[in-house]
Design a protein around this ligand. Structure first.
Ligand SMILES: [Zn+2]
Length: 84
């Protein structure tokens, strides 16, 4: 599961690889937002400009995409491998 090394957020991440289409009023800095559940599984992905292909790819390989903490905007995101 992803987690932020700065603020320990493990729920809400964006992707620096998917820039927002246009700067928005709410200050979004990613074209994609991923909600993770307590088990580190993707609960939902919200598109703010990301195309369908990117959304699907992000769901399949989240580690490749989610590298931005949306709680403190740090890119110091780590991934915890947990074998189930
Ligand atoms: Zn953070």
């Amino acid at each position: 599961m992803p987690y932020c090394k700065q603020c320990a957020n493990s729920r809400l991440f964006g992707s620096s690889k998917v820039p927002p289409v246009a700067p928005t009023a709410n200050g979004s800095i990613s074209g994609m937002m991923g909600n993770f559940d307590v088990n580190g599984q993707i609960e939902s992905i919200i598109s703010m400009g990301a195309d369908k292909k990117t959304l699907i790819a992000a769901r399949v390989t989240p580690k490749e995409y989610f590298d931005l903490c949306l709680a403190c905007y740090s890119q110091n995101v780590g991934w915890q491998e947990d074998d189930e």
